[in-house]
Ligand binder design. Structure first.
Ligand code: SF4
Length: 501
């Protein structure tokens, strides 16, 4: 590995040298306060997250702050626990010197690295132990919006929902109250709509481990609702920086639509970000035009992309500009997956991903994700005709009421499709259902490890000629336990992260 021989400082220098600014001027405040924009995973993953880049942009654009990026590692695999050497990418500043330390949290297994980066970076991880001169620790992202409690003891504030308006407002409060007692600043932060300050709320428990009520203390709003920006058009919808070292390569990440209104029973996006909000097509062209010549690819981001009314015009416009197009996985029930596949092929892209989730109507009904009959075949026909060659198909195992016959049906479906679409290389990704908080399936149990393995084996036995990749059951178990946990699970997070160090 080339990176293994390099020091952390050399790696950081290489990364900065390879980055391309996608907006002119790039945001770059040079205020007196230091803001650490942290991603609790590696540089490669963090830079591929549009949400993280937009949060960093909010810090960088604030006149009172000087923003710096921090990752759980700059190369290789990040530690599962306490992270050594947590220093800023741009200036090499130790994390402990920041005035505000903010994390974008997308994925429950990253919770351990939130603790790990704080502890390894010299910031007291437990909010209750922080004193007047310690940084304010702020969390945001879909995972903590769905359930902030597992990480609440580490946070001074949690930005719930869309951060476009609430994050700058929190920064305004911090900047305007330097030297004011910490508790008073927290009470002021708690007045920002959509911001939860855990220290100002007591959680009362009913049955062991299950929160029965969250009770506000004096000065705190009675209830905190997640922020929702109904009109996203005025806010930047594209990434600020591109790098060849990001997970999707050097590209513009573009968000035409946020959230999803389809309400599949297992889906957290539907639970925390519904109905979807769209950006006007005309507001996206300046972003695309500005990056022509700097990057050759546009990655469309959004759970409901194939429901975006202007997706075909957007895709065609990208292709006409001579750029490659990529999209996240497409739901079969969405209005326009065949049209998106056609546009992908026209752009020169060779791969795509579809999410049938189950192979029968009953199986899809159990997941609350119906699809029109024959839609999968229709999509594959279009994909083959458009010149695509590799299609990933996502399936879920472990819905309540599901049995061995459902796994057999997935295997049979894959074998049938493989026989029919000879020019396509199909790959199946099979994951356990993770019952997520605030979804209709939140109360379901995780499929047992033994059952999951049996179902995957049954799929493989029938899916002749198709590569079947199984997700990690251990990782799903971790997601399940952390996702539905409450404040006491923070002690397990801390212990486990310390042990993994
Ligand atoms: S279509 Fe996709 S994003 Fe939308 S609710 Fe269903 S699973 Fe979630």
């Amino acid at each position: 590995m080339a990176y293994a021989k390099e020091s952390n400082a050399e790696r950081r220098r290489d990364f900065l040298a390879a980055e391309v600014a996608l907006a002119t001027p790039a945001p770059g405040g040079d205020g007196e306060l230091a803001a650490a924009a942290c991603y609790p995973n590696g540089y490669r993953v963090g830079m591929a997250s549009l949400g993280y880049q937009l949060a960093w942009g909010a810090f960088a654009a604030h006149r009172a702050f000087r923003a710096e990026r921090y990752f759980a590692c700059n190369a290789g695999k990040p530690s599962k626990g306490v992270v050594k050497d947590v220093i800023g990418l741009e200036y090499g500043t130790p994390l402990s010197q920041a005035d505000v330390v903010a994390f974008s949290v997308y994925y429950e297994p990253d919770y351990l690295r939130v603790y790990g980066m704080l502890a390894g970076g010299g910031v007291r991880p437990w909010a209750v132990e922080r004193g007047e001169f310690d940084p304010f620790v702020i969390l945001g992202g879909p995972a903590v919006t769905a359930n902030p409690e597992p990480l609440a003891p580490f946070a001074d504030a949690v930005v719930l929902g869309d951060a476009e308006e609430s994050l700058p407002a929190v920064l305004d409060v911090v900047a305007a109250n330097v030297g004011v007692p910490r508790r008073e600043v927290l009470v002021l932060i708690a007045q920002v709509p959509g911001v939860y300050v855990p220290a100002l709320y007591r959680v009362l428990y009913g049955a062991p481990g299950s929160p029965a009520a969250v009770v506000p203390e004096e000065g705190a709003p009675a209830k905190v609702e997640a922020s929702r920006v109904d009109d996203l058009t005025p806010y930047r919808g594209g990434s600020w920086l591109a790098t060849p070292h990001g997970e999707f390569g050097k590209l513009l990440l573009l968000e035409p639509i946020r959230g999803c209104g389809r309400a599949c029973s297992f889906c957290q996006t539907a639970a925390v970000s519904s109905p979807p909000r769209r950006r006007e097509l005309s507001s996206l062209w300046p972003l695309v035009d500005e990056v022509r010549g700097k990057v050759g690819k546009v990655g469309l981001v959004g759970a409901a992309l194939a429901d975006y009314g202007d997706v075909v015009a957007l895709a065609q416009g990208v292709v006409e500009r001579g750029m490659l197009l990529s999209v996240s996985s497409l739901a079969l029930a969405a209005s326009r997956p065949p049209a998106v596949l056609k546009a992908l092929g026209a752009s020169g892209q060779r791969g795509a991903a579809l999410a049938p989730e189950a192979a029968t109507e009953e199986g899809r009904a159990r997941l609350g994700k119906p699809a029109p009959p024959g839609r999968l075949e229709e999509c594959l026909e279009v994909a083959a005709a458009a010149g695509l060659s590799k299609i990933k198909l996502y399936y879920i195992v472990g819905a309540p009421g599901e049995g061995a016959a459902d796994a057999a049906a997935v295997g049979d479906e894959l074998a049938r499709l493989n026989r029919r679409f000879k020019t396509l290389t199909l790959e199946a990704r099979v994951n356990p259902l993770v019952p997520k908080p605030r979804t209709p399936l939140a109360g379901a149990l995780l499929v047992s490890r033994r059952e999951f393995r049996e179902r995957v084996r049954a799929i493989r036995a029938r899916a002749r000629g198709v590569r079947v990749v199984a997700g990690s059951w251990r990782e799903a178990e971790l997601q399940w336990n952390l996702g539905r946990g409450s404040r006491p699970i923070s002690r397990w997070i801390a212990r486990t992260a310390e042990k993994a160090a």
